[in-house]
Design a binder for this molecule. Structure first.
Ligand code: HEC
Length: 90
């Protein structure tokens, strides 16, 4: 009984570390990346990434502020991503 419990705990710890290591991956070298690249690297970390044009420009501003906090990315990064998201609206 005790062995099974220890086995389950070991498996859980392994799974949780693998999931959290990939989930916490934050893109590096933001300055040299395009909005599309940053979007692909960040916006599907926690949910399916919404596509460009799915929201109005005004709504993207709100989503951007919200998701910058959630994703813990810089102002530069979110600005690039939001320019990309709005590019389909014109
Ligand atoms: C760290 C996890 C995480 C990352 C990374 C993330 N999101 Fe989210 N997102 C959430 C959560 C959680 C919600 C649900 C609303 C809430 O509770 O904040 C959400 C909701 C949303 C919504 C619904 C509208 C809203 O504002 O609630 C949109 C659109 C969205 N995310 C877009 C994005 C975009 C674009 C990016 C990339 C810049 C992104 N998300 C990155 C966690 C994340």
């Amino acid at each position: 009984m005790k062995k099974i419990f220890i086995m389950i705990m070991l498996i859980l710890v392994t799974v949780i570390s693998i999931v959290s290591m990939s989930g916490c991956y934050v893109s590096k070298n933001a300055a040299s990346k395009s909005g599309a690249q940053l979007w692909a690297e960040n916006c599907n970390r926690c949910h399916n990434a919404p596509g460009p044009g799915e929201f109005s420009d005004a709504n993207w501003d709100i989503v951007g502020t919200h998701m910058q906090v959630r994703a813990n990315i810089s102002k530069t990064e979110i600005n690039k991503i939001m320019d990309f998201m709005k590019s389909a609206n014109n």
